[in-house]
Design a protein around this ligand. Sequence first.
Ligand SMILES: Nc1nc2c(ncn2[C@@H]2O[C@H](COP(=O)(O)OP(=O)(O)OP(=O)(O)O)[C@@H](O)[C@H]2O)c(=O)[nH]1
Ligand SMILES: [Mg+2]
Length: 324
Amino acid sequence: MRQRLPAHSYTQGILAGDRLVLSRAITLVESRRPDDQAVAQEVLEAVLPHTGRSIRVGITGVPGVGKSTFIEGFGQYLANLGHRLAVLTIDPTSQRSGGSLLGDKTRMETLSMNASAYIRPSPAGDSLGGVAHRTRETILLCEAAGFTIVLVETVGVGQSETVVHGMVDFFLLLMLAGAGDELQGMKRGIMELADALCITKADGDNRSAANRAQVEYRNALHLFPPTGTGWAPPVLTCSAVNQEGLTTIWQTIQEHQQLTTENGHWRRRRQEQQRTWFRSLLRQRLEGQFYAQPGMQQQIDLMEEEVMSGKRLPTPAVDTLLAM
Ligand SMILES: Nc1nc2c(ncn2[C@@H]2O[C@H](COP(=O)(O)OP(=O)(O)OP(=O)(O)O)[C@@H](O)[C@H]2O)c(=O)[nH]1
Ligand SMILES: [Mg+2]
């Protein structure tokens, strides 16, 4: 996998829809080596005119809610409709094991064999909330390779929902029936980000519980402030195992896209996302440069000691460091 191609080979391969080249390009983009990054940027710039035309859907929910099973079912549903879709899963376990390329792929066996689907598990790495640090770029590469729907799966822990919300057009929150106190605390914040809620596993004995949860969440959403986009997030139910509710979810996503395209919010959301991406990169770079200055760490340690012992106030200590 260490073997690298010249930039134009990646570009041509991606634009021709070559999955092997796409995979290698994603690996390149994820690499932290400066020489890889230089080639990666060249490739990204070259494919940029061919990006942006997919529907980007984020899928989140607590561990075990059924994200992978849902994507397996929903992905096949979309493929059967004739769509080409890319699935980007962020594998939090690889944070510990240091990068597994199997990850969730093992749990999407049928979909991974579908010629219309491309599945890419990425290691969560050390970035905020465990979102792969190059997911945005990976979306662009998949779009350039001709995928018209991009599904991004993220585990509903920490900050990852917010980060993924910042890179998709539609944010789907999967929820379990009977997890009563989920309306409290942090979950409420995530619910406010969602463009739709879907109660999973609405089958067998769990069906009536799912219907009750649907009513409860509907009532709860009514108390939320309006989204300001003209869109009222619906609460749906589905069973990935029985392939039920998938049509409604796809219709919902399309209605949302139509409405927000017409009223301008779709474009505005993407523009805001571009700006957020730009600003966070700028901040990261500045921070990186600052800490990388020779002798900086010793100076910081010194200032910290002086601040802790009360010899110096934090403000002049910071001023001193910034003047270095
Ligand atoms: N009855 C039923 N079980 C389901 C359904 N979807 C998922 N499950 C089960 O729920 C469990 C968790 O499903 P996953 O798809 O692995 O859940 P996940 O959200 O991807 O989990 P993490 O990747 O660990 O965050 C598995 O045992 C599935 O078989 C469904 O529609 N109906
Ligand atoms: Mg999963």
